[in-house]
Design a binder for this molecule. Structure first.
Ligand code: DLZ
Length: 512
């Protein structure tokens, strides 16, 4: 029997640090990569996401071949149903000692891989994904030692472990661990937003864009605006650009909402980190160095490193620690169907329409658009948790379930009852007004709670508080809000809750 290994590389594992590739012997082992129907269609992925992954996969194939590897690459074909079927076809075609693959980022695929041994009669070695900075085993040990799963404590451990922004005595640079308070300025059009460089499409990308346009005609995504890096080198150039032109303002305007810019000063690296084109420790060290070189404020560097070293690793740990049960939480019993305009952006709430349209067209929205505009609406409106999670998984280029599910179900919808977040991220229109410039041109007024021109977020916010007061009463951080609500007369509360119900019915019917 041949001692050759069949090494499977998934579309979000495009890194030479992929552990399955570490032991790959050029000229002996066979690397298999495949564009398959199941992965491309298990949700209605944004066309940007499919194009990014297919183009990056094909470029990675070329890189592996340049390094002398044998690569069996399956271009998209409706007939190739799933990754399992690809493995089956490969092991029927030649004899292999085993299949080697790095663990996938989604529970459904992990479960499916567990069947491959018995289904295809070959040993399947699933290796730990060492591209993350905290292993699942280490996260579980940390989680089991804690009373609750608060990110802040996890993050401090990670800062110490990787000696990032750390003094020699183990204290944080600047004497504070977290500069979140400095990173919340609203957008008032006072600072120029730098123009992002265009990324040239080569023949591979042009072919992929044509394929995706033809094979996925009904999926969201305006491919004429496709501008993502598809190789490590391009992704690194984008990141260098961010360090030089975006980073210094990134901190201050991290939470800002700008009508005229989908990107503001954001780094746009999550999609590259999540598919393997950039490595998390490298980007953190580069940002730390930028701060040491006086290219940015400490608050900006800390804000960035917290997202990558803290939040990203924490989210992934939570996912694997709590799956598969985590997916079924629905603390507020939210089951209202998603309105059709979530797929068109066709609503007259200006901030929401802009965030949805941008997300659908570009496959990108920054965290406040996702959390406080779209997620907040879904939370206040009681939209079905499963449907909302599926929407996020489909629409965003950087969305894989390990990162999407805890962010949506836990953080945005508080459907886990507070496992991740100490209180629901519910907010009225005043928050959105403070953070951005959408309200000025909106037909609704954020200073009114009832009446035809009142911002729907206002009455929906109080309606949410009223509807769920029994559950919220157990949360110490909601005490002040509940007291404010109770101080109002019964008649006033009734009027707001009734208006909230009416305005919700009207808004949900829009665009249909
Ligand atoms: C997201 C995605 C898409 C759209 N297509 C493919 C594909 O055709 N082949 C592949 O290997 N991977 C693809 N992916 C990424 C997988 O869905 C991802 O590896 C799993 O969800 C696990 O994270």
């Amino acid at each position: 029997m041949s001692d050759a290994q069949l090494i499977l590389v998934l579309g979000d594992q495009l890194s030479l640090h992929n552990p399955a590739l570490k032991a790959a012997r050029p000229g002996t082992d066979v690397i298999v990569m495949a564009e398959v129907r199941e992965e491309a269609s298990y949700v209605a992925h944004n066309r940007h996401k499919i194009a990014l992954i297919f183009s990056a996969m094909r470029h990675f194939r070329d890189l592996l071949e340049e390094r002398g590897h044998i690569v069996h690459y399956h271009e998209y074909d409706q007939a190739m149903a799933s990754l399992g079927k690809v493995v089956e076809a490969e092991v029927k075609r030649s004899s292999y000692a085993c299949v080697v693959v790095c663990e996938p980022g989604e529970f459904r695929l992990r479960k499916s891989m567990e069947q491959w041994h018995s289904a295809y009669g070959i040993e399947v070695k699933v290796l730990e994904d060492t591209r993350f900075l905290c292993s699942i085993t280490d996260f579980n040990a940390w989680a089991d030692s804690q009373k609750g799963l608060r990110m802040e404590y996890f993050y401090r451990n990670m800062r110490k472990r990787y000696a990032l922004l750390l003094e020699e005595d183990g204290k944080p640079c600047g004497e504070r661990w977290n500069y979140d308070r400095e990173n919340r300025q609203g957008w008032r059009n006072k600072v120029e937003v730098p123009q992002r460089p265009d990324i040239e499409h080569d023949e591979i990308t042009r072919d992929v864009l044509e394929l995706v346009a033809n094979a996925f005609p009904d999926n969201p995504g305006d491919l004429t605006q496709f501008n993502f890096a598809v190789t490590s080198r391009q992704a690194q150039a984008q990141f260098d650009w961010f360090c030089n032109h975006g980073l210094n303002n990134f901190g201050t305007y991290q939470d800002a909402l700008a009508e005229e810019s989908p990107w503001l000063f954001h780094s746009l690296v999550s999609m590259y980190l999540n598919i393997g084109l950039l490595e998390p420790l490298d980007v953190c060290r580069q940002v730390e160095q930028a701060w040491k070189n006086d290219q940015c404020e400490l608050a900006a560097a800390e804000g960035f490193i917290r997202q990558v070293l803290g939040w990203r690793e924490y989210i992934r740990g939570v996912y694997w620690h709590l799956m598969p049960d985590y997916k079924h939480h629905n603390h507020f019993e939210a089951r209202r169907p998603l309105p059709g305009w979530f797929w068109s952006g066709n609503t007259d709430l200006r901030c929401l329409s802009q965030a949805l349209t941008q997300s659908l067209d570009l496959g990108y929205g920054h965290h406040i658009q996702r959390l406080m505009v779209i997620g907040n609406f879904a939370l206040l409106a009681g939209l079905d948790v499963e449907e909302v999670c599926e929407w996020y998984l489909a629409v965003y280029v950087d969305a894989f379930e390990w990162v999407e599910l805890p962010n949506t179900l836990g953080m945005a919808l508080h459907a886990d009852g507070g496992i991740m977040a100490s209180k629901p991220y519910a907010a009225s229109g005043k928050y959105i007004q403070r953070q951005g410039n959408h309200c000025a041109a909106c037909r609704y007024s954020p200073s009114k709670t009832t009446g035809a021109d009142a911002c729907p977020y206002n009455s929906l916010y109080w309606r949410f508080i009223d509807q769920h007061r029994d559950k919220l009463e157990h949360n110490g951080r909601m005490g002040l809000v509940l007291n404010n609500w109770k101080k109002r007369s019964a008649a006033e509360r009734r009027a707001i809750v009734d208006w909230g119900g009416k305005t919700l019915d009207a808004v949900l019917k829009q665009g249909s």
